[in-house]
Design a protein around this ligand. Structure first.
Ligand code: IVH
Length: 684
């Protein structure tokens, strides 16, 4: 039905929109719901029905327009009219006082000043543009100069108004603030990722970044992103007026109030301070109180309140001189080590994990912490029952940093690396000079389980429904010893599994059968050969059109392929030499899997999102090796260089990032985690 709406219908739609908007504002911005959920839902459905019957009634600010759109293929890069600067860090109060002295030398006549102290929200900066009061664009910070246009995603954030709350909107307003994920949502996302065998987001900031860059805004709509506004530019096209505003808005404090009036959520925990001492008291106060917030803060942002003084001080290359981020130290807490468990991963790597008496740390409950590897374990000289210090420095997986050996119980037993695999009892190996201890029994249940979960991944054989809980049972009950066994499973085999039943068994057998049509490149990736990620697998599959061709190739021949280095080539050739692997390939071929390319020519690589960008890698990334990361970056059109300079666009930093990180921070270069990188190139 698509009829012209009569006046009464139009008026009803208008009234519904107004009611729903007011209710949503009360709920999401004021945090003070004033309409029962059922009533909201009923009104919402009524509006939806009216709009379906009369599409002409849909307005861009209708509450029905927040549910997300069809997935985008990629985001476009947009240059910011005013760059998004980052903030200079002060790591303690002494550094904060030094910052004050520095700006005072530049403005010796400033006298007594006011500061605005705001919580530093651990999220991602966004720039929102409103034209004639309507939200028209939402752009990520990007590298500060240009970001990505993610408008459909921004529209799903309930606390971002689609229309400014004013009858006299200026032609253009730009609002900036922090998009973030509440801690409970962050933890829920990670629980889901863990269950699917996917890499965890290191912290809420990465999770928010990954969510904001989701190409499918319907997924974003489910994720409950939130937004605090902290900057408003009323005349964004005149950079000379960066910190300017009409007469009534000459201070940051007034700007925050204006933002609130316009309908934005502004963090209520801000404070107008009359001196550096006041700021110090605020910082001390929130050092403990921040643990009770539902979102993560990593410090306090201190801004000079007066815009005239801000203008006088201006900016350095990277930072405003009138603001500073006063950070809180990474949290550390003591707790008791209850046990050490040894986890065996898909590659056979054995990781010691501390099982702890649960403690609160940086907003979440911590009951486990990594002990990294055998060397670290020996270095810590950790004993059963030890009191240990755990730390979470922005990373979600906490680590044991120290042992308080003076508190050690008498006769406590030292914890050492096992000599045999805790899963299959075969002897472990630790190659000379390597940190990793490994189980090398390819039929070890832990390795088989990991291999099957990897096999079923969406970017591998894409077997829907084959999650961790089924894989575990299949392996434990001896139904599956290798991925090839999946293809002989029958409904009768599956049905007896705990909570499976006939319908699920049928579906799963169907999904496994369907995976036989996945292309050769996906099968190659799914085999889990070291250094062969999705991108290398694609490249190899293009040059070696069948498993037989690849198996027959020498390491030298493999290494002639562009972007395949000797290390990768060696690893591939070695894999095909192992008799058990040859048997596996034969069985897969007999089961009808695609072990050769079909005749359709491969699509030309899409124009990469990193085209023209220079990246530097540093530190240990949580899941990718250097070659894998390099390969992914190059496949997305980017270039990887070894040292940080002004020409660097992004630094991808992992654990134990050192001087490159410091240098990049100094140069104001955008820092990406592995999660950020993967999100950026759409591989998350
Ligand atoms: S003001 C030039 N205020 O921290 C002014 N930033 O480390 C720059 N942030 O990129 C931003 N809470 O993403 C400001 N209340 C707050 C903030 C805040 C979080 C983030 C923001 C910025 C980063 C700098």
């Amino acid at each position: 039905m698509n009829q012209a709406a009569d006046d009464t219908t139009a008026a009803r739609a208008q009234s519904l929109r107004a009611q729903l908007q007011a209710a949503s504002y009360a709920y999401y911005v004021l945090d003070a719901p004033d309409l029962p959920d059922e009533v909201y839902d009923r009104l919402y459905r009524e509006l939806q029905d009216l709009e379906t019957a009369h599409p002409a009634l849909v307005t861009p600010d209708s509450p029905t327009q927040r549910v997300g759109e069809k997935p985008a293929t990629q985001f476009t890069s947009v240059r910011h009219n005013i760059p998004l600067y980052s903030l200079e860090n002060a790591f303690d109060l002494a550094e904060f006082r030094a910052w004050e002295e520095r700006w005072r030398r530049q403005a010796p006549d400033a006298g007594e000043v006011e500061y605005v102290a705001e919580l530093k929200i651990d999220g991602n900066a966004l720039a929102l543009t409103y034209e004639n009061g309507l939200l028209v664009r939402g752009v990520t910070r990007g590298d500060g100069v240009a970001g990505e246009d993610i408008t459909p995603n921004v529209r799903t954030i309930r606390s971002v108004p689609l229309r400014l709350n004013t009858d006299t909107p200026p032609p253009v307003v730009e609002v900036r603030g922090e998009a973030f994920l509440p801690l409970d949502v962050f933890e829920q996302i990670n629980r889901e990722r863990e269950a699917r065998g996917e890499a965890l987001f290191a912290n809420p900031r990465n999770a928010a970044a990954g969510t904001l860059r989701q190409l499918d805004s319907r997924i974003v709509a489910d994720r409950r992103l939130d937004f605090f506004a902290y900057t408003v530019y009323l005349d964004q096209f005149d950079p000379a007026q960066i910190a300017s505003a009409p007469d009534q808005m000459t201070t940051q404090w007034a700007a925050l109030e204006l933002l609130q009036t316009l309908g934005f959520r502004v963090n209520p925990n801000r404070q107008l301070c009359q001196s550096a001492d006041d700021v110090q008291a605020y910082y001390d106060d929130w050092a403990t109180k921040r643990a009770r917030l539902s979102y993560l803060t990593d410090g306090v942002v201190v801004k000079l309140n007066d815009f005239a003084l801000q203008r006088q001080l201006g900016f350095t290359q990277k930072f405003p001189r009138w603001a500073v981020a006063l950070k809180y130290p990474a949290e550390e807490v003591p707790t008791i080590l209850e046990a050490v468990s040894f986890q065996v991963g898909r590659t056979g790597a054995v990781t010691p994990v501390a099982e702890l008496h649960p403690v609160q740390l940086a907003g979440t409950t911590v009951a486990r912490a990594t002990l990294h590897n055998a060397d670290r374990l020996a270095e810590l000289d950790i004993h059963q029952g030890d009191t240990v210090i755990v730390r979470k420095a922005g990373e979600i997986i906490p680590e044991v940093v120290r042992v308080l050996s003076e508190l050690r119980p008498v006769d406590a037993i030292v914890v050492t690396m096992p000599t045999h695999c805790p899963q299959c009892a075969s002897a472990l190996v630790k190659p000379e000079g390597e940190a990793v201890t490994r189980c090398i029994n390819s039929s070890c249940p832990a390795i088989v389980q990991g291999a099957i979960i990897h096999w079923a991944r969406r970017d591998a054989l894409d077997i829907e429904g084959l999650g961790e809980k089924w894989v575990k049972q299949l392996v434990e009950q001896g139904l599956v010893h290798s991925v090839a066994d999946l293809y002989t499973l029958t409904e009768a085999d599956l049905e007896p599994l705990d909570r499976m039943g006939k319908r699920l068994a049928e579906k799963l057998v169907g999904a496994i059968a369907a995976s036989k049509t996945r292309p050769w490149a996906s099968v190659l990736y799914a085999l889990g050969i070291r250094h062969v990620g999705t991108v290398n697998a694609k490249t190899l599959a293009q040059h070696f059109p069948s498993a037989a061709a690849l198996a027959a190739a020498s390491p030298e021949a493999i290494a002639t392929v562009h972007s395949i280095g000797p290390e990768i080539a060696q690893s591939v050739a070695q894999w095909f030499e192992v008799p058990a692997n040859q048997t596996l390939i034969d069985r897969l071929r007999q089961s009808g899997l695609q072990l050769a390319a079909d005749d359709t020519p491969t699509q030309a690589a899409e124009a990469g999102v990193l085209a023209g960008k220079t990246l530097v890698l540093t530190g240990t990334l949580p899941t990718l090796t250097r070659p894998e990361a390099t390969e992914l970056i190059e496949a997305a059109g980017g270039k990887v260089t070894s040292s940080v300079s002004k020409a660097t666009d992004y630094l991808v930093a992992g654990e134990k990032a050192g001087s490159k990180l410091t240098k990049a921070e100094g140069l104001g270069i955008a820092i990406l985690s592995e999660g950020d990188l993967l999100a950026l190139i759409g591989q998350d």
